[in-house]
Every structure is written in C-alpha cells, then in structure tokens.
Ligand binder design. Structure first.
Ligand SMILES: [Fe+2]
Ligand SMILES: [Fe+2]
Length: 171
C-alpha cells in the first residue's frame, strides 16, 4: 500500500473513531441521571470534541475523503452509549474502558508507524493516545465491574470497536 493511502486510512479511521466516541458519550448522557457520573462524562466528551476538531482539520489538510459509514457509526455509537448507560454505572464505565483500550493500542501503533515518516501526525496520535489513557483510568477508577456480565460487555464492545476500525479504514 502506498504511503499516501496509508495516511488516508489513518486520518479517515481516526476521525470516524472520535466522532463515534462523541456519540457514545452523548448517548450515555441522554440516559444518565447521576450528576457525578455525568460530569465525568462531560469532561471526557469535551476532550473527544477537541480530538474530532483536530482530525477534521487534518482531513481537509491532507485531502482525505471521510468514511461513507459516518451515519451508521453515528447511530450505532449513540445506541451503544444509551445501552451501556441503561445497564448502570459500572456498565457505563466498562464501555469507556473497553473502547479506550482498543483506541489506545490503535493510536500507539499509528504513532510508531508514523515516526520518521510524518512526525507531526505521529505526535498528534501519541498525544491522543495519552489523552485516551486518562479516560481509561477515569473509567477504571470509577469501577467497571469484574463479574461475568461486565467482563462479557467489555469483550463485546472491544470486538465491535475493532471491527468498526477495520471497516472504517477501508470504506
Ligand atoms: Fe478521543
Ligand atoms: Fe477518550
């Protein structure tokens, strides 16, 4: 694959991911009544909006076509947010933990790949990986459950996130 094609994939999938993260949090906020919990989520949401803004700029700068699946991800992510929040506080945070775990790994791999090839973009992905790490720790600190239900939920959400990444890279 050409380098430009790889860069296109990186920017396309990252923007889609950040948009997805925003929708997950919005979906959760639509359901959650607990003030402490919703305040934490609002802080994370703000960060995702910054991330999204950055990748929107990069999309224009690098002349990348966004994924055609944006509307699908939008509905799916919002639904996932609502679903997790409806299951309770631990499930809400389990969703964040699972998504962030996948995204951290994803950003770190990109950052490594980009080193020496596109250092500016490598730095962005590295910085975002560390932001997402913070979110994962917030979730873990708040409690994400270790019983079967929450473990299953986490594995399921991780799998969905990985599939969404694979698909968004391509279309
Ligand atoms: Fe993000
Ligand atoms: Fe995040």
């Amino acid at each position: 694959m050409s380098f430009k094609k790889k860069i296109n994939q990186i920017i396309r999938v990252d923007l889609a991911g950040e948009k997805g993260a925003i929708e997950i949090y919005k979906g959760q906020l639509a359901v959650i009544k607990d003030k402490t919990l919703s305040n934490e989520i609002k802080i994370m949401l703000k960060k995702e909006e910054e991330h999204c803004e950055k990748f929107t700029k990069l999309l224009v700068q690098y002349k990348v076509r966004p994924t055609i699946l944006d509307p699908v991800w939008k509905v799916g992510a919002f639904g996932l947010g609502m679903f997790s929040a409806a299951l309770g506080k631990k499930a809400t945070m389990a969703c964040t933990e699972a998504v962030e775990e996948v995204i951290i790994d994803h950003y770190e791999k990109q950052s490594k790949y980009l080193e020496g090839k596109d250092d500016a973009l490598s730095k962005v992905t590295k910085k975002f990986a560390s932001d997402e790490k913070e979110h994962m720790h917030i979730a873990k600190d708040m409690g994400t459950g270790s019983d079967l239900l929450h473990q299953t939920l986490k594995s399921g959400i991780k799998l969905i996130s990985k599939i969404a990444i694979k698909v968004s890279e391509r279309v």
